[in-house]
Design a protein around this ligand. Sequence first.
Ligand SMILES: [Zn+2]
Length: 358
Amino acid sequence: MLSLKLPRLFTINQVPKVYHEDSIIFGYRHPRSSAKDCIISVFQLTNETLNIWTHFLPTWYFLWNLLAVLYTLDVWNDAFSWPLIVFLVSCCIYPFTSSCAHTFSTMSPRARHICFFFDYGALSLYSLGSAISYSAYVIPDQWINSTFHHCYVPIAVFNTIVCTGLACFSRLGIPFVHYNHDVVERFPELERPKLSKALRTLAFAYPYMFDNIPLFYRIFLCSGEGCTDNETNALHYRHTALAFLTCFLFTTHLPERLAPGSFDFFGHSHQLFHICAVIGTHFQMKAIMLDKTLRRGWLMSHAPAITFTGTIAAVLACVTFNLCMILAFSLATCWKPDCSKKLKQEKATTTLYNQKAL
Ligand SMILES: [Zn+2]
């Protein structure tokens, strides 16, 4: 009879510190899982299972929305739809990368770092996708053609580099300088978890706040004419509220902190954080689509033309910069410093000393 033996699960004290999750006591996978075991674990109840599914299923929802838009719009000839396409592509990539990172992160400590380096890169891309679509459809009438509007996307591209770099740095420090295959000299997340977490939160909060400057101005501060006070604002309030809830869950580790061990499989903060992020992205997508439809006529005649450089090329630049950075942070985890010269020098000194002693 065919029987499938599921990989064994471990308690927090049975796995290396690098795998520890705050207030999660049981349900850890083997710290050196094979790729096959990682894939099997997707269908096994572990403390990562819902982290994987809460981002894997939404990937298909956003992909379906992307395909629907590609099918209904003449994207080659309608440059006005490019920012929406860019945003939807980023909405497919970030949950997919995250679900892959959660699936394969227990292959080894090195694999875990690399998996989450890619996760941070995908989040940066999503942040840029949001900025490009906000620049095209969401920015209030008053700010169209302002200096801020012209600088907004280039700064957002720059922010993706800062964001990915800082998030990767928060795990191990500067590649090759602070860590290599054998050594970690800088604060790793193990010894200074609070500093590490604070840096990572900053790495995502800062580009989020920057991207949302035009939206926050529009829905919270603007008064009088040119504030673009239309029916989309209700959707913008919803995704903004969910973004703050997402940040709250990420930083507080609630509810598992209140009852360690009670939320190992269901209901811990990382699962809730994924769910809130995805629902928030859903409302954000709806808001962007509605603003695009409602404001199309006005924006086509008043806003600067949407260009290849400001949309697709900006994304390609972001992908290139971020991949190079992830490569540098990842290569350092494999790199072994050449100790042969140092050894030879030490050997020569010892021989000289021995000769003198004789
Ligand atoms: Zn996650």
